[in-house]
Design a protein around this ligand. Structure first.
Ligand SMILES: NC(=O)c1ccc[n+]([C@@H]2O[C@H](COP(=O)([O-])OP(=O)(O)OC[C@H]3O[C@@H](n4cnc5c(N)ncnc54)[C@H](OP(=O)(O)O)[C@@H]3O)[C@@H](O)[C@H]2O)c1
Length: 269
């Protein structure tokens, strides 16, 4: 390991093969970080490697690990490889996640299970693998990718929003558990973002109703790089997202009705 590698800040990103995670890998590498990206699709990670190698210099470095966040062994092995390659760990972006569309009573159990195992277990495995590595590096920053729907009751995508409520709640508690280790925690409340997320939702493939203001994955990624420096407790991308969060607190029944309109499958299905 050379001295340049030793002084680089190091970030571990789950779900780096597409969308926000892929954009974050490019943005952190562009900002000079050494990046380890984990996901299941090896070919997507290879393409990302080539894109990062082609960034104008000086740029960061990238290594990919093929793995599944639902398996603690995969995540632990990826973090061990990150430490072996880059010597330290400064930032975790716990981003891997999937959505689900359909009523709780009628959805396939495998779909519900996949959402809970990925969005909840995946974040827990990532935090439990990375926090000890950050302690060994003198501190760090955990960015937990939640959603504005964490604060809203959302019929027909209920397991997804409940999984995000779980990780947002987790972020608030972790912040206190880890403060004496100089590890800070940001609850990233992402709003609608143009990625493959909606087409990958498990369950009904019906497209969602209504047009909402949408960010690009690059805009979210830029904000994540900033947050890794500034370490806010919460990160919200837009005024519209703030209004959704305020609505969930102040007018929960109204927000749930609006969400129902957005997600309810059409009667013909
Ligand atoms: N897009 C939005 O509107 C939106 C809004 C709010 C919050 N979010 C959150 O943002 C995060 C990223 O989503 P996205 O919009 O970027 O969607 P995306 O383009 O579908 O990306 C999801 C990423 O997660 C990875 N992933 C899924 N299951 C995994 C598993 N078991 N193990 C490892 N990696 C896994 C996927 O990689 P592989 O398939 O290759 O494993 C992919 O890289 C999610 O947590 C999502 O809930 C998105």
């Amino acid at each position: 390991m050379d001295n340049v590698t030793m002084t680089k800040r190091v970030v571990f990103i789950t779900g780096a093969s597409s969308g926000i995670g892929r954009a974050a890998a490019l943005a952190f590498a562009g900002a000079g970080y050494a990046v380890c990206g984990l996901a299941r699709r090896a070919e997507r990670l290879e393409t990302l490697q080539a894109e990062i190698d082609a960034l104008p210099s000086p740029q960061g470095e990238f290594m990919s690990v093929v793995g599944d966040v639902r398996r603690a062994d995969d995540v632990n092995a990826a973090v061990e490889r990150t430490l072996a390659q880059f010597g330290r760990l400064d930032v975790l972006v716990a981003n891997a996640g999937i959505g689900q569309h359909g009523a709780v009573a009628d959805a396939e159990w495998e779909h519900i299970e996949a959402v809970l195992r990925t969005n909840i277990d995946g974040v827990l495995h990532s935090v439990r693998a990375c926090a000890p590595a950050m302690r060994g590096s003198g501190g760090g920053q955990i960015l937990i990718i939640s959603s504005v729907v964490a604060g809203v009751h959302t019929p027909y995508t209920a397991t997804y929003s409940a999984s995000k409520a779980f990780v947002s709640s987790l972020a608030g508690s972790l912040r206190l558990e880890l403060e004496s280790d100089k590890i800070s925690v940001t609850d990233v409340l992402v709003g609608r973002t143009a990625t493959e997320f909606n087409q990958n939702r498990l369950g009904s493939s019906e497209s969602l109703r209504g047009r909402l203001p949408t960010k690009t994955a690059d805009e979210v990624a830029k904000a994540l790089v900033k947050a890794a420096e500034r370490r806010p407790r919460h990160l919200v991308m837009s005024l519209f997202d703030r209004i959704i969060l305020a609505g969930g607190l102040l007018a929960p029944a109204l927000m749930a009705r609006l969400a129902k309109r957005q997600y309810e499958p059409s009667k013909s299905n």
